[in-house]
Design a protein around this ligand. Structure first.
Ligand code: DGP
Length: 113
């Protein structure tokens, strides 16, 4: 989608500080970090949110989660981090291209706001 900012980041049209990319997945540092480490993991293919994913996306969703684990380990937060995906504006989603937030590097409270 040409008007989707994360599609444009995946395509290399908008710069981002990338920490991982492969055929299916791109990961980069969040522009407005909420923790010392705050990475976003997106599928290259446009999907609005987790809620728009069907059974056929199971493998892709697994790839996103496994990328989260690998990146957390590599960035030194493997002993404590959070993986979050906001689904819908009322849950805080502001970019409507599926993404996982990977947060770590500080104590993370629960419940979240
Ligand atoms: P959410 O609110 O869950 O949809 O998260 C969207 C995140 O995307 C938010 O934490 C800020 C981040 N973000 C928005 N635009 C850009 C951008 O152009 N570059 C990067 N690196 N992050 C962005």
């Amino acid at each position: 989608m040409s008007d989707c900012i994360f599609c444009r980041i995946a395509a290399g049209e908008i710069p981002a500080q990338r920490v991982h990319e492969d055929e299916h997945v791109v990961a980069f540092h969040d522009l407005h970090p909420q923790a010392p480490t705050h990475v976003l993991i997106i599928p290259r293919r446009h999907l609005v949110s987790l809620h728009a994913a069907g059974d056929e996306e199971g493998l892709l969703l697994g790839r996103l989660l496994l990328a989260a684990r690998e990146i957390a380990e590599r960035l030194g937060i493997g002993t404590g981090y959070r993986v979050v995906t906001n689904c819908g504006a009322s849950a805080g989603q502001s970019v409507f291209h599926l993404h996982l937030h990977v947060l770590g590097g500080r104590p993370l409270g629960w419940p979240p706001g």
